[in-house]
Design a protein around this ligand. Structure first.
Ligand SMILES: [Zn+2]
Ligand SMILES: [Zn+2]
Length: 111
């Protein structure tokens, strides 16, 4: 039999759950503050840990394109419709700008 460890593992900090999901696996992002006041973000699922000023260090809102580092337009949002296939409370979705949508509709009229 293996004796249980006496000391708590170093990961046993108190983490706060955020409304953001991991860009690698869609797991929920957790946050804690260090003694020095720095913020550490961690994925509750795959365990990636990164220091940063906001959830952007780890979550889908921080996804950037190419060399110019353009915003990919993806945001973490509350799941509007939770189904057995997608029970996640928070999902990542591409945010389409309404201006672009309107322009596209004008270019292709129905009649
Ligand atoms: Zn993850
Ligand atoms: Zn996010």
């Amino acid at each position: 039999m293996v004796a249980p460890p006496k000391k708590a593992p170093p990961e046993e900090f108190s983490w706060r759950i955020t409304k953001h999901v991991c860009r690698a696996c869609m797991g929920r992002v957790l946050m804690r503050e260090t003694f020095e006041g720095r913020r550490v973000y961690r994925c509750s699922n795959c365990g990636i840990e990164r220091e940063g000023r906001s959830e952007l260090a780890l979550c889908c809102c921080g996804i950037r394109f190419g060399k110019a580092q353009r915003d990919a337009g993806i945001r973490c949002l509350p799941n509007p419709m939770r189904t057995p296939e997608c029970m996640s409370e928070i999902i990542a979705q591409e945010v389409v700008h309404s201006n672009q949508l309107r322009r596209r509709e004008e270019a292709q009229p129905d009649e």
